[in-house]
Design a protein around this ligand. Structure first.
Ligand SMILES: [Fe+2]
Length: 236
């Protein structure tokens, strides 16, 4: 499995504070069957040096090899919506044209449709990070439909699907599953204990709603690390 949303880089944001914590997160992820993690530190400043992230990823991958932990960490970022257009050139996920976009936590900005439209017309696929934990969307999940119609994708948090983030997030996730509006599952893990780097429980839960093959697709990295959704071979 591939986790497209994880704050595993040490000392960059409010995620892992140090290398030992990052390695512990990676051990947990590997035990869960995850082989690739896209590192997605919060990006609020368009001038943040990308090189610093690339160096941190290289260093962490070296440590992972040294410790024989079977995880590869790839480049990415979780980009705040107000800088998404400028960030698209440098901060897409793992060399793809998909950009992980974070809206404010409590509301959906009035210009969201414009933003999504502008990204799409610039050939960038916005992936909306954890909409089910957004205060307004969790109450009015139908607000996502126009954005998805424009071409936006969604990333739902694994612990929202399992209920570990509370009933509001879980109910919203269930609504989005019913509407076929869940495109990726990510952990959004910040440490071994704060949103665990575990995907399998959520996939199992999702499979009950949308079936096993569809659920596995959501953690396959399609259109990011795999060419397209249509190339996926559902596993037995
Ligand atoms: Fe995040």
């Amino acid at each position: 499995m591939i986790d497209i949303h994880c704050h595993i880089l040490p000392g960059i944001d409010d995620g892992s504070p140090d290398t030992e914590t990052s390695l512990e997160m990676a051990r947990m992820a590997a035990r869960d069957g995850i082989h690739t993690i896209i590192a997605t530190p919060h990006l609020a400043d368009i001038n943040y040096p990308k090189d610093r992230l690339l160096e941190a990823i290289e260093e962490l991958n070296t440590q992972l090899k040294r410790q024989a932990i079977a995880i590869t960490v790839l480049f990415g970022a979780e980009v705040q919506a107000h800088i998404a257009l400028e960030a698209a050139e440098n901060f897409c996920l793992a060399g793809s044209s998909s950009l992980l976009v974070e809206f404010p936590h409590s509301y959906l900005p009035a210009d969201s449709e414009n933003l999504i439209y502008n990204l799409i017309t610039n050939k960038i696929t916005p992936i909306i990070a954890h909409p089910e934990r957004n205060g307004q969307i969790s109450q009015e999940p139908w607000l996502l439909a126009p954005l998805i119609k424009l071409g936006a994708k969604t990333q739902i948090t694994a612990e929202s699907i399992t209920g570990d983030q509370g009933m509001t997030a879980r109910n919203c996730a269930n609504y989005l599953f019913q509407k076929n509006q869940v495109h990726y599952i990510g952990t959004d893990s910040h440490s071994p204990g704060f949103r665990k780097p575990i995907l399998s429980k959520a996939v199992k839960q999702a499979a009950k709603i949308i079936g096993k093959a569809e659920a596995q697709k959501l953690v396959s990295g399609y259109n990011i690390l795999l060419p397209s959704a249509t190339n996926l071979q559902p596993s037995a």
